[in-house]
Design a protein around this ligand. Structure first.
Ligand code: ZN
Length: 222
């Protein structure tokens, strides 16, 4: 997701993780938890990457924001130290889901990658679910299922459900040239959405179109 400020000051931008944006300011533009998960890299193709999930507290806070944890679950998780490898697992799963979804967008029929990470987390998710006729979807999480990895299990199951039901032509990559690389599902009636968000990449594209008009060239030159 390219922002107006990143275009104006790209050449002297500091390392973004030195000044992490508040998790509450992170856009959820994908339309589904699995898409928001792969979009937790700001400007995916930038030279210097800003990872929204740069530490465990941010990963847990973002999970609450994305609906992958409840506040009560997060408070319980805060009581014990997280496993050391959780962020490595987050990144591995995130990159694999991103690659799989990109293959769908690009129309690659046979997957070039082995979706082992997704398979592992789907099975871990299934293993932690139990039949519950009182629940809305007739399953609930077992009492022992709550741990730091629970958001990854939910993301994996979200990805599976999404891939089983998606209309491929509605799964899209942001049309912004260059850095953004965010994915989203187009729920619009005419299926013509192009940007991850109108107020970021959409606004930048609009500004660039305006600058390219001959009558406006002189207004933007120093
Ligand atoms: Zn974008």
């Amino acid at each position: 997701m390219v922002t107006v400020s990143s275009v104006k000051s790209k050449s002297k931008a500091p390392h973004r993780n030195d000044f992490p944006r508040p998790v509450d300011h992170v856009l959820l533009a994908g339309g589904l938890p699995c898409l928001d998960f792969v979009n937790t890299v700001h400007d995916r193709h930038a030279t210097v990457v800003e990872d929204y999930l740069s530490d465990v507290p941010r990963y847990l806070a973002w999970s609450v924001r994305a609906g992958l944890l409840t506040n009560a679950e997060r408070l319980e998780l805060d009581q014990s130290p997280p496993p050391q490898r959780v962020l490595a697992e987050v990144r591995k799963l995130r990159e694999q889901i991103f690659s799989l979804l990109c293959e769908i967008i690009d129309g690659v029929k046979a997957s070039k990658i082995s979706p082992d990470q997704l398979d592992i987390w789907i099975h871990r998710g299934w293993n932690d679910l139990e039949f519950d006729p009182a629940a809305d979807d007739c399953v609930s999480w077992k009492p022992g299922a709550l741990n730091t990895y629970l958001p990854l299990k939910r993301v994996a199951l979200s990805t599976l459900a999404f891939m089983q039901n998606l209309e491929p032509e509605r799964l899209k990559r942001c049309a912004a040239k260059g850095e953004c690389g965010w994915l989203f599902y187009d729920y619009s009636k005419n299926n013509r959405r192009r940007w991850c968000a109108m107020r970021t990449c959409g606004a930048i594209a609009k500004m660039r179109r305006y600058r390219r008009r001959p009558n406006n060239q002189s207004k933007v030159k120093p």
